[in-house]
Design a protein around this ligand. Structure first.
Ligand code: ZN
Length: 93
């Protein structure tokens, strides 16, 4: 889990940013130790559109590697690969 890049949206502090549990969708919530603001850090980069998924799947089926798909689609190669693999197994989650 990445613990960096937390920044309070209210006061801009990057120190004393504490994890404060998760919301229902599993997103981490954070608490600013400077001003007390509770916030949700920048969403994780896994929100791709169905169109992008289909495109990536097409590339995978055409024999393209996860790395190449990552480059082509502008997503992290680990992300593209893991998820292409899931697609391969018919798991769409
Ligand atoms: Zn703050």
């Amino acid at each position: 889990m990445e613990e960096n890049n937390k920044e309070c949206p209210k006061c801009g502090a990057t120190e004393k940013q504490y994890r404060n549990g998760q919301n229902k969708s599993g997103t981490n919530k954070c608490l600013c130790g400077v001003c007390g603001r509770r916030y949700t850090p920048a969403p994780m980069k896994n929100a791709y559109t169905e169109e992008e998924r289909q495109q990536a799947l097409k590339l995978l089926v055409s024999g393209m590697s996860g790395r190449a798909i990552g480059l082509q689609m502008g997503m992290s190669k680990a992300n593209a690969y893991a998820w292409a693999k899931k697609k391969e197994r018919g798991v769409d989650k």
